[in-house]
Design a protein around this ligand. Sequence first.
Ligand code: LLP
Length: 436
Amino acid sequence: MYLNGTMRINSQGHLEIGNVDTVDLVKDFGTPLWVIDEQGFRQNCRDIKQAFSRLGESMVIYASKTLCTTAICKIVAQEGLGLDVVSGGELYTAIKAGFPVEKIYFHGNNKSREEIKMAVEAGIGRIVVDNFYELKLLDKICKELGKEQDVLLRITPGVEAHTHEYIKTGQIDSKFGFTLPDGQAMEGVKEAISLDNVRLVGLHCHIGSQIFAMQSFQHATSIMMDFIAEVKKTSGYELMELDMGGGFGIYYYHGDEPPDVEDWAEAVMLTVESKAKELGLTTPRVIVEPGRSIAGSAGVTLYMAGSVKEVKGIRKYLAVDGGMGDNPRPALYGSKYTAIVANRANEAAVETVSIAGKCCESGDMLIWDCDLPSVTAGDIIAVFATGAYNYTMSSNYNRLPRPAMVLVNNGSADLILKRESYEDLIRNDLIPGRLL
Ligand code: LLP
């Protein structure tokens, strides 16, 4: 169901989030507007944390690539989760938000020298080393700084997750990680153990995103546990941390049937436990890195309806004041979304329209064939489940300023991201003297 968290339709037939009427939000903040349901976001953190912790020693770290601002980092820290960052920019945001650095994990397949240095100097919890080049570079940087760094190695287990081609990452033919089946992973482990300035504490893998098939997690976990046993056998070294990444899928569109988070927790935790018994290993501490399943459902984007174009006998296009700039997912992945008319949410659908963005591109379509009450310019279109990978993947294509983001909770709405101005758009532009 698209209504989740604190979302409901109020007595005026308006969509309400966090006890705030979305019609008022539009009056106060304009459109397009990213709205984040604080309680919904927090509840998702709690549900996942609870699902894993009841099954054993575990830590949930939020994948900040999903939705990252200083306020979001604060909430994640308050919920007691760790944080997965994947760039100097995300790390900087977390540090500025006062996120406990020892609970930050740093990912990435091509971390720069500066990024690594920044992380080590900050005292980051773990660096998840992706390749041999990084392993050597990290060791060298640690030596220069006189520091030792706890690391995980990212392993590519060779698991096909059933999801979109571009968001699969566990298969062998991937830019990420040390490949397991060809022996690279074992070589990486041996090298990491031999280095003086890094301390290998465990392994990581991430098989993909928007996954509904829990067998994929079970399978990957089982392979990783077998590898931990192999490492113990060949080197005598017992790895005490297993990070199984993120990837748990969510509801976007009718037909999507995500399992419960408990199913995900069981797929991972029970496999870890049974494999540890079978292989005579100490049960490692389990880490998971959900992003979409925390932020996705908590976000709604509000747009203003504008022009309508009818192609007789073919289709009716309804254009809104945003599009692929604030949500590139439909254009990139063919992702499907659900929308309603937020100011007339109780009215029955009477027509099928296709919701278009305002970018100068035919592919800028937010939703094809959406059943809505009859819509006119000035109506508010709410698109659900836009909390994940919308703001963080947004762009200024066509020099459209990025929307504002508000955090709603208990009747109040706080701006957590200012709307970009035209001035912001030219802030970094320079005109060489010879052009003046
Ligand atoms: N950990 C690692 C190492 C990751 O690469 C990712 C996502 C996550 C955790 C979080 O995965 P989640 O729980 O959100 O599925 N832009 C694409 C998704 C790319 C996912 C990249 N990695 C999309 O919009 O669908």
